[in-house]
Design a protein around this ligand. Structure first.
Ligand code: SF4
Length: 342
């Protein structure tokens, strides 16, 4: 039987996902008051807020610990002054994605796979986001632009997999997702649709009947890669959403970003792997932070990351150990970080 950490704040009423999204918190003062934190913290958010706005769903806030300014979920969303510090190796486009941006809305950086930038918006603004400075305004193809994207896919028989990315692709309405899906699935050499999304975690209401219906009808193999960084992000609503996806044969994987002060202990990562497995998700990647400007305070160095990976390997069955990887600009795949026995 699944057991989840009891919610500390009253759980917000269940709304449709669009209403719950419209009801997200964007004002640090409101967030701080809700969590019963020192009101002075709000003043320290103001400068970083200008760089990247605050956005967090109420159901995600309900999973935070009131009164704890170091809560691992809060740290992922609260703007702080450390974001203003500049570090020479942390840049606005650390992955040089401009180079892979072959057409508006399309990134082709991996062999056999392309990413479609379905939307620039997200259900939550993660302070460590590697695309927080991305030129989304230049990546809104419109109807004609999407036709060019479909032609690009059709012309390259090596492309077997299309990845819905963003922003968060599940922020897009179902009719837009279905429009993209229907065109893609007419291209014979495309076999798989992968969706990378944090929405099933931060707003599990998004996994509604409409979405399930069109996913279930797809001829493509569908893979959902959730982005979950801490076991406390998982509650009974997330479990319910995963159960519904599993019931229509969606393959469920998870990607975690290794973040200082959020999940950089073996206990945190082990608890996360076990909690994911309980709800039907296999840990897939433990990703080194991409070196994006404003995020240096979240970085864990590679030697420490290797030590953590070793501890996971020693204490978990192999299928619960995520691959430690990093992304290297211009390289056509994630780069595994090899660990040595210690
Ligand atoms: S959900 Fe993903 S794309 Fe959106 S802000 Fe968070 S890390 Fe960035």
């Amino acid at each position: 039987m699944l057991k989840f950490r009891p919610m500390k704040l009253a759980s917000p009423p269940r709304l449709s996902w669009t209403r719950a999204l419209a009801n997200a918190i964007t004002d640090p003062q409101e967030l701080i008051a809700l969590l019963r934190l020192d009101p002075h913290i709000a003043a320290e958010t103001q400068q970083a807020l200008k760089l990247f706005p605050l956005k967090v769903t109420r159901s995600f806030v309900a999973r935070m610990e009131p009164g704890d300014p170091t809560d691992p979920l809060l740290r992922q969303v609260l703007p702080i002054n450390a974001e203003l510090e500049s570090h020479s190796d942390f840049q606005t486009d650390p992955l040089n994605e401009k180079h892979a941006n072959k057409l508006p809305g399309l990134l082709h950086k991996y062999h056999g796979r392309v990413l479609l930038l379905v939307t620039g918006a997200c259900g939550i603004n993660c302070r460590f986001c590697f695309r927080r400075n991305f030129a989304y305004s230049e990546n809104n193809p419109g109807q004609i632009g999407w036709e060019e994207v479909f032609a690009y896919l059709a012309a390259d028989p090596t492309i077997e997999e299309v990845i819905f990315s963003g922003g968060d692709p599940l922020l897009a309405p179902d009719n837009h997702l279905q429009f993209l899906h229907d065109h893609i699935s007419q291209i014979k050499h495309i076999r798989r649709l992968r969706i990378h999304s944090r929405m099933p975690i931060v707003l599990p209401e998004r996994i509604d009947q409409n979405l399930l219906k069109w996913l279930a009808s797809s001829r493509l193999d569908v893979i959902l890669v959730t982005h979950c960084n801490h076991a406390n992000e998982i509650d009974q609503h997330v479990a319910h959403a995963m159960h519904a996806l599993k019931a229509i044969n969606v393959t469920l994987l998870n990607q975690t970003v290794l973040l200082h002060g959020v999940n950089d202990t073996a206990t945190d990562l082990i608890n996360l792997s076990k909690a994911l497995f309980k709800i039907g998700i296999l840990p897939y990647y433990l990703h080194m932070l991409d070196k994006v400007a404003g995020c240096a305070h979240f970085a864990v160095n590679e030697a420490d990351a290797k030590q953590l990976a070793c501890q996971l390997a020693k204490r978990l069955p192999g299928y619960l150990v995520p691959k430690l990887v990093k992304e290297v600009a211009g390289y056509p795949a994630k780069v595994p970080i090899v660990i040595e026995p210690i």
